[in-house]
Write a protein that binds this ligand. Structure first.
Ligand code: C2E
Ligand code: MG
Ligand code: MG
Length: 569
């Protein structure tokens, strides 16, 4: 048995040493004279028993025990406290601090010390067993036996604490209540065992949609809850909810059966919607029932405004998914003219969606198409259609006409993009130099290797590269220098409406000069007035685009007014 004795009194230490010697059992005794030394040595070495004097120089015995017990690596060490007086109050304090026994120094005899040590060890063993079973009971009380998720009891406690934390952090917290669609039918048709196995599979799938730091609980039956903390905005919750809905769309193999289970999700936010846990749960529940009544397999926000925003983008996503490019989209073209003489130099192709019931504009549906992965298909259709149109116009009217095409940053991630463009240029017999690829700073800002190499390839192919919406984003010079950009398109928000807008004037002047200094061509977007046109001329802006000349129009409209008319002029 290995014993550590912590006592600064030499006489008392001698008494303990003698008492231990009188025992037959083999012992190793190590002595130190302060709590600090005791704490240090127990860090390196393990002991079966630690005998601690209450009265120690700096840190007293009680404090030392408390510190020892806080150590996760203390192992099976029993602690016996010794004190010069036999104060009952002190004895109790020692036990509360984590000692297993208390022995007055006046009573130290071989027999008493042996008994105290033996009892302390026994008591410690029992304490450990008790603690283990406490942990097991607690786990049983807090987890759901079937899925291993937190149960309702645990969830309610977590929600209350999370809400308290959230008040301090001033963020949004989202409560998602989930209910599986038609789960009862599965139970009735295939039996409870299959129902249980389906629940386990569903839980696995939902867990895969989470980061692992969220509270995910089973509230009972086929009802689940997820707490999302630290959100900047409530709309972030829908991303998680949509991921879950999507992951459950596919059927799953359970007990040899191909089963499918959709899910309806209700979302309520703290503090946006509710102040306390009870209210938040009720509101999420209301939202969940709304999701069910609207046809299941969907999500609903409790809040109206958020619901409307979400519903619209969700409807657009659904419509986009079923839209076939040829029938639903159309390309409009907006003329771009030379600054000096206002002669036509080319066009920018801008997508329209006349087939949409929701009358959505590109600034709304393009980001949605990007989010749900439809942009690549739509983008390819734009590329092909615009090149084909340019080919027709070049052959019929003017070989020098150019065409601007907007590319989403996501399209750059497709490593077949340049090949696709090059193929279409060949096929429609258009030289790459007449194609202007319009990129936004987001595309350059991601700085992914894939994006960089794709941009380099487009440059090598011979296409012109334009930085779109210049002046609205980071407008960083490094983008202009590090990428093979040929053109910047000054965003229309920068153009001053009148000479009084001095700040705007100096910004546009500065940006145009900066671009010219590094050898870039400048296109001004959104020129609407003669004042703006004069300004562009004054700034030697090479090309101009805007309602002053023409709004984006269909190919036939543009052809009649800008090409056929020009040739007959
Ligand atoms: P953008 O590339 O900066 O296009 C210019 C936008 O400004 C167009 O809006 C155009 O109609 C509008 N505009 C042009 N001149 C004027 C003017 O004088 N006054 C005003 N108020 N507006 C003017 P549109 O067509 O709604 O497109 C919005 C954005 O959607 C585009 O901005 C572009 O970022 C994106 N987009 C359009 N078509 C496509 C496409 O085929 N693919 C991709 N990835 N994005 C596209
Ligand atoms: Mg553009
Ligand atoms: Mg623009």
């Amino acid at each position: 048995m290995k014993i550590l004795l912590v006592d600064d009194d030499l006489v008392d230490r001698e008494a303990v040493r003698r008492a231990l010697k009188a025992q037959t059992e083999e012992k190793e005794l190590i002595e130190v004279s302060s709590a600090e030394e005791g704490l240090e040595i127990t860090n390196k070495d393990t002991f079966d028993v630690v005998l601690v004097d209450y009265r120690l120089p700096q840190i007293n015995g009680l404090e030392m025990i408390a510190r020892l017990r806080r150590r996760p690596n203390l192992g099976n060490t029993a602690i016996v406290m010794m004190s010069a007086n036999d104060d009952e109050q002190l004895a109790l304090l020692c036990l509360q601090a984590g000692a297993q026994d208390f022995i007055p120094k006046t009573e130290i005899t071989a027999t008493k010390l042996r008994r105290a040590i033996a009892q302390a060890q026994k008591r410690f063993e029992l304490e450990c067993k008790l603690y283990d079973s406490y942990c097991r009971v607690r786990e049983m009380a807090e987890t759901d036996a079937l899925t291993g998720l937190a149960n309702r009891y645990h969830f309610e406690r977590e929600l209350a604490t999370s809400i308290t934390e959230n008040v301090r952090q001033e963020k949004q917290l989202a409560l998602l209540l989930l209910d599986l669609d038609h789960f009862k039918n599965i139970n009735d048709t295939y039996g409870h065992e299959t129902g249980d196995n389906l629940l386990k599979t569903v839980v696995k799938k939902i867990s895969d949609c989470l980061r692992g730091e969220e509270t995910f609980a089973r509230l009972g039956g086929d009802e689940f809850a997820i707490i999302l903390k630290n959100l900047e905005h409530g709309t972030e919750a829908q991303l998680v909810a949509r991921r879950i809905i999507k992951s459950l769309e596919k059927s799953m193999m359970v007990d040899g059966q191909n089963l499918q289970s959709g899910v309806s999700i209700g979302i309520a936010l703290h503090p946006a919607n509710a102040e306390n846990a009870e209210e938040l749960t009720r509101f999420a529940d209301i939202a969940m029932y709304r999701a069910k009544s609207q046809g299941r397999n969907r999500l609903c926000y409790f809040e109206d405004v958020m619901q409307q925003q979400f519903s619209r983008s969700f409807q657009i996503e659904l419509e986009l998914k079923s839209a076939s490019h040829d029938e639903n989209f159309e390309l409009y073209y907006q003329p771009i003219v030379r600054g000096m003489n206002q002669k036509l130099v080319g066009f920018e192709a801008l997508i329209r969606w006349p087939g949409s019931k929701l009358e959505s504009y590109p600034s709304e549906f393009i980001p949605i198409a990007e989010q749900c992965g439809l942009i690549n298909g739509i983008g390819k259709w734009v590329i092909k259609t615009a090149i084909e149109q340019l080919s027709i116009w070049q052959k019929q009217f003017d070989r020098n006409l150019s065409m601007g095409i907007n590319l989403s940053p996501i399209q750059l991630a497709d490593n077949q993009l340049t090949k696709y463009i090059s193929h279409n240029l060949d096929y429609y017999d258009v030289v790459p130099e007449s194609l202007v690829i319009e990129l936004t700073e987001t595309a350059l800002f991601s700085e992914s290797e894939q994006n960089k190499s794709q941009i380099d390839e487009l440059d090598k192919l011979g296409c012109k590269l334009a930085l779109d919406d210049f002046g609205t984003g980071f407008s960083s010079l490094s983008h202009l220098v590090n990428y093979p950009i040929d053109i910047v398109k000054l965003d229309r928000s920068l153009l001053p409406e009148s000479p009084e807008h001095q700040r705007h004037l100096s910004i546009v002047r500065g940006l145009a000069e900066m671009a010219h200094t590094v050898g870039l061509k400048v296109i001004a977007e959104g020129v609407e007035t003669s004042f703006q046109l004069l300004l562009c001329k004054d700034l030697k802006i090479e090309e101009i685009q805007g309602y002053y000349f023409e709004k984006p129009k269909s190919a036939t409209g543009i052809q009649a007014k800008w090409l056929e008319k020009a040739t007959t002029d």
